[in-house]
Design a binder for this molecule. Structure first.
Ligand code: NAD
Length: 255
């Protein structure tokens, strides 16, 4: 029970890494408020997790949505100790194919969403003891990919946004740590989208999956539970002197 007494708001909690995180948090004794646009999936997961979980609809790109969701989330279990900013999108398109509209959409979800999650998260966690904010960056925010100009830019921004918020919280003496997890390719619906694109372009499913796996020194895709374990660590008091850090979960990709 590494997360006893923790109460976490998890954006993007209906799917993939966010859903795996919600499950692991509850297993470790936390209560979770799953926030997502996908209400049906989020409510089903909250029902599966029982009394330790609630679902609140949230569009991370909208400050009005945060202003409505945050008081509801705080009232679910009386307070919050933890915010996990996991909502994100990745739609591959190189610089010649990407549109300004597509670029803005990626930045709105991946950067505005994390900015608002940190801003409203700090306001909610300030004054408590042992607060933690965990943002989902990506290895593609450190090493760019030619087909990911928007995604790489957005995840590079998340890294330094994370550090800036961490420094502010430390300077102000708030007991809030702020860190980023940088996953490599993790087998979720996001990566299934890449696989579908590869198959549509003429590859076999096996070859496309193998192509993603092969860029990782460990020669496989990650499982959603693997970044979730890193998020458990950063949300727990085990990481009490860790702030402003990047934690890769990438099978050696950044080594
Ligand atoms: N899967 C990977 O390989 C990988 C690698 C590196 C980083 N990441 C990051 O991890 C995070 C989770 O990715 P995942 O693979 O679990 O993806 P996923 O597609 O399985 O889940 C993303 C979730 O975010 C939600 N979402 C999207 N836009 C939203 C919005 N405006 N408001 C609220 N919720 C919204 C979606 O509904 C979905 O439930 C993302 O930030 C992603 O960039 C994933």
């Amino acid at each position: 029970m590494r997360l006893n007494d923790k109460i976490a708001l998890i954006t993007g909690g209906a799917s993939g890494i966010g859903a795996a995180t919600a499950r692991r948090f509850v297993e470790e004794g936390a209560r979770v408020v799953i926030c997502d646009l996908q209400a049906e999936k989020g409510e089903a997961l909250a029902a599966e997790l029982g009394e330790a979980a609630s679902f609140v609809r949230l569009d991370v790109t909208s400050e009005d949505s945060w202003s409505q969701a945050m008081p509801t989330a705080l009232s679910c279990f009386g307070r919050l100790t933890t915010v996990v900013n996991c909502a994100g999108v990745s739609i591959p398109a190189n610089i010649e194919d990407e549109t300004l509209e597509g670029f803005h959409r990626t930045m709105a979800i991946n950067v505005d969403g994390v900015f608002l999650g940190c801003k409203h998260g700090v306001a909610a966690l300030k004054g408590g003891r042992g607060g933690s904010i965990v943002n989902l960056g990506s290895t593609l925010g450190v090493r760019a990919g030619a087909i990911f100009p928007a995604y790489s830019a957005s995840k590079g921004a998340v890294r330094l946004l994370t550090r800036s918020v961490a420094l502010h919280c430390a300077e102000q003496g708030y007991d809030i740590r702020v860190n980023a997890v940088l996953p490599g390719a993790i087998h979720t619906e996001m990566v299934e989208g890449y696989v579908a694109a590869g198959v549509a372009a003429g590859g076999t499913r096996e070859a496309v999956v193998e192509g993603f796996a092969s860029v990782h020194p460990m020669k496989r895709l990650g499982r959603p539970n693997e970044p979730a374990e890193a998020i458990v660590f950063l949300a727990s008091d085990e990481s009490s002197f860790t702030t402003g850090a990047d934690l890769p979960v990438d099978g050696g990709f950044l080594a």
